[in-house]
Design a protein around this ligand. Structure first.
Ligand code: IMP
Length: 182
């Protein structure tokens, strides 16, 4: 069956922008880099829910190192002072002390989520922390962030599919779609 070129998620229309085959190809490329860079190590992959569940599943099946995976979620609170939103990593149920950690994220936009995540994880004294993201919007970055592994850089447009959502919907498509007339 032909894939739809456009889809509707809730009240918005999206057009196909990254086909599944390209995603798989880029995930394999990044997994090969990790296999090479982490040779001889036993990394812990920390996949950030909900958005990274499909990416993490595909990435892990291309990793041929001895490794663990755990899933974490970020809780957001409205700050009581001018610091604004504070995020907390919840569900970190393994000891990462002295371990090389690879964060698996769906998309890095402003980079604030990853910056908070790095801060929190550093408190657990891992041996190292690298960020591995499916997508990155370089023009949106608001903080200095070292994203070591990135499958694809995209323009500053809202996307859904392959685990990414619009208002909790649209995660279940094989391809990635970009919003039309944002
Ligand atoms: P950041 O803190 O601005 O980097 O935002 C990261 C989070 O925002 C991601 O983990 C996503 O949950 C969400 N996000 C940012 N851009 C998009 C998008 O284009 N589609 C879906 N979710 C997005």
């Amino acid at each position: 069956m032909q894939k739809p070129k456009t889809i509707r998620v809730k009240d918005k229309d999206f057009t196909i922008s990254i086909p599944e085959a390209e995603l798989k190809q880029q995930i394999k490329r990044v997994a090969d880099e990790i296999n090479r860079d982490y040779a001889g190590k036993k990394p812990v992959f920390l996949a950030v829910l909900n958005g990274s569940f499909i990416f993490a599943a595909d990435l892990l099946r291309e990793i041929d190192l001895p490794c663990e995976i755990s899933f974490v979620k970020l809780a957001s609170y409205e700050g009581t002072s001018t610091t604004g939103t504070i995020r907390e990593v919840i569900g970190l149920n393994i000891d990462i002390t002295g371990r090389p950690v690879i964060i698996v994220e769906d998309i890095v936009d402003t980079g604030l989520t990853m910056a908070h995540m790095l801060d929190t994880l550093k408190g657990h004294n891992p041996a190292s922390i690298d960020i591995c993201t499916l997508l990155l919007k370089p023009t949106k970055l608001q903080v200095k962030l070292n994203v070591r592994y990135c499958c694809k850089e995209i323009p500053d447009d809202f996307v859904v599919g392959f685990g990414l959502d619009y208002d909790s919907f649209g995660r279940n498509t094989k391809d990635i779609y970009t919003i039309i007339n944002q």
